[in-house]
Design a protein around this ligand. Structure first.
Ligand code: NAD
Length: 376
């Protein structure tokens, strides 16, 4: 059996604390509800036992209350980041600090001979990531972007529908992540710390689509909102157009008290929707294009046949969404196995670079008010 990777966590807040519990307990599943407990209901038989792969060396955080939190759980607390880097028993660093610190901490870690697992957004810009990639090459250390949401079940459902053409050839996908609480009142609302929803949720939803569609993006349009925070974007609306004409609309909103479906997938033989995080939804599939005797419906003061909904059983059928057993710990496992040389990196540096470039094109589109040409 390959050696366990001993990992030190820098930044032990919401996410870092979740990682610390996940790795210390060996169960993985870095789901933490902010009150020191794991959120129940996330177990899946497919989940890897990471206790054979990773071991918690300790944490480092500048806040005394987070140090205390870790001590109460029997975790080693390093006084300084340098102390953690100087510890020869530490193989890898998990960077879970606010976004503006990721670059320096990653570079320092690799130069100290440690592999790096870095929280998303891995960097604030593609130029920063290019610098970090150069250090990874130079030192021979793994730099692994923690873009973890390609293993989420909602996305796996959409991927299956898209790849297996369960609603025919897909021409439009919409993903809308909506909440009503504005930007969290921490560093996420401050530009200098890498705040804003594009860098927070935008990275996740762009990451997954860019990975799923094996085509070049040709055009990018983006609008941002500043409803609850004048400094950082609290909402994003992005349209990506791919070579084949596939159009993807991505939205993040934080001032929405009613939600639109999480996902809609439109194909030339049907449509699918995932309504919410509970994964309620359905596929509606065409059985014959023509429907005889269409009854018009009232639309305002007029009638319409064109927009009259199809009758189930007549020309369309309704099907349940495909479901999956999925591995919450797939990224931890792949990171550990990449460090030991037993696997190839699934979330590659080049992929993270492409995602950052898409986000930069989004900002450019917002600033100019124009659609940006993109050929990658
Ligand atoms: P947080 O504010 O809850 O935690 C950040 C912690 O870093 C705090 O405890 C703070 O004291 C500490 N810190 C700040 N400066 C430090 C320094 N110089 N050295 C050591 N510690 C320092 O934020 P969070 O929600 O945990 O987010 C942290 C990172 O995790 C961000 O990059 C965020 O984007 C990412 N994140 C990823 C996911 C995901 O699904 N992949 C989810 C949430 C957060």
């Amino acid at each position: 059996m390959a050696k366990k990777i001993r990992i030190g966590i820098v930044g032990c807040g919401g996410m870092g604390g979740g990682h610390a519990i996940a790795i210390q307990s060996g169960t993985g599943n870095a789901i933490w509800n902010g009150n020191n407990a794991q959120v129940p209901g996330f177990d899946s038989p497919a989940t890897t036992d990471i206790s054979k792969l990773l071991e918690l060396a300790g944490i480092m955080d500048i806040k005394p209350e987070r140090q205390q939190w870790a001590r109460e759980r029997g975790m080693k607390v390093y006084e300084t980041y340098q102390d953690m880097l100087d510890d020869p028993t530490v193989d890898a660093i998990l960077v879970a600090t606010p976004n503006h610190l990721h670059k320096e901490e990653s570079i320092q870690a690799m130069r100290a001979g440690k592999h790096v697992l870095c929280e998303k957004p891995v960097m604030l810009s593609s130029d920063e990531l290019l610098e970090v990639m150069a250090v990874s090459r130079e030192t021979g250390k793994v730099f692994y972007p923690r873009q973890n949401r390609e293993w989420d079940e909602d996305f796996l459902i959409v991927k299956k529908i898209y790849e297996e053409k369960l609603v025919g050839n897909v021409f439009n996908i919409k993903c809308k992540i909506m909440g009503s609480r504005g930007i969290p009142g921490d560093w996420r609302g401050v530009k200098a710390y890498g705040g804003g929803m594009m860098l927070d949720w935008g990275v996740h939803i762009i990451d997954r689509i860019v990975k799923m569609v094996p085509e070049k993006i040709t055009k990018i349009y983006c609008d941002l909102s500043y409803i609850t925070n004048p400094e950082c974007d609290d909402g994003i609306q992005v349209t990506l157009t791919f070579e084949s004409g596939l159009r993807v609309n991505l939205e993040v909103g934080t001032c929405h008290f009613v939600n639109e479906p999480l996902w809609c997938v439109y194909g030339d033989m049907g449509s699918a929707e995932i309504l919410n995080w509970k994964l309620e939804g359905r596929m509606v599939r065409l059985t014959s294009w023509d429907e005889k005797d269409t009854t018009p419906i009232l639309a305002g003061a007029g009638l319409t046949k064109t927009m009259a909904p199809r009758e189930h059983g007549k020309s369309v059928e309704e099907l349940p969404l495909p479901r999956f057993e999925f591995d919450h710990n797939a990224l931890y496992r792949n990171f550990a196995e990449t460090c030991t040389g037993d696997a190839e990196q699934i979330v590659t540096q080049e992929h993270a670079l492409r995602v950052l470039r898409v986000m930069e094109a989004c900002f450019k589109s917002y600033e100019t008010g124009e659609t940006v040409k993109f050929e990658a």
